[in-house]
Design a protein around this ligand. Sequence first.
Ligand code: 5GP
Length: 200
Amino acid sequence: MSARTGILLVVSGPSGSGKTTLCHRLADEKAAHYSISCTTRLPRPGEVNGEDYHFLTLEEFQEKLAAGAFLEHALVHGNHYGTLRSEVLGHLANGTDVVMDIDVQGAAQVRACEDPAIVRARVDLFVMPPSEHELHARLAGRGTDSEDTIALRMQNAMEEMRHWPTYTYRLLSSTREEDYMRFKALLVAEQLRVSRLPIR
Ligand code: 5GP
């Protein structure tokens, strides 16, 4: 038996596609480390600092950006989001798989990254909601966002969905269980790749 290097599973999709639930479930089952992003947006009810996000002030975010702490970062829905290098690189080197829930701009930055550890590790997936109608229902059903916020997120979702052809994998969402089964299957298949195994 030989150790392999970790997989960096980059997951994007509009808010309401169910991607965050998929990523959290993978981490809850200890199948991967969930990369906790930094954000300048305010916590939603029930969100925990250091678990869902590292909630930062704009000044704190800018300090980290200036220090080169981010692997990628983007402005999404008017708030800053970024992935700390420390949430990813050490885990990959230890052979731990990392799952990250980031927007299309961030995914493009990870794809453009030339760090060999990232190049070898990355694989990207776009999660699509089944329909526009269902997406609106999911966003409204959360009950945490105002009508204005939902309208903005719908608009952003339609724009974001244009990018799915730039991803290697696409998952068209159906039921939670079906989605998770296919999501997990992707990770398992990636774990079998010869390019992740040391050749002796
Ligand atoms: P939310 O505020 O609903 O949690 O997330 C809004 C959007 O920001 C989602 O599309 C989510 O994937 C994205 N996002 C979360 N963390 C990051 C990050 O670290 N980098 C980037 N580029 N996007 C992120």
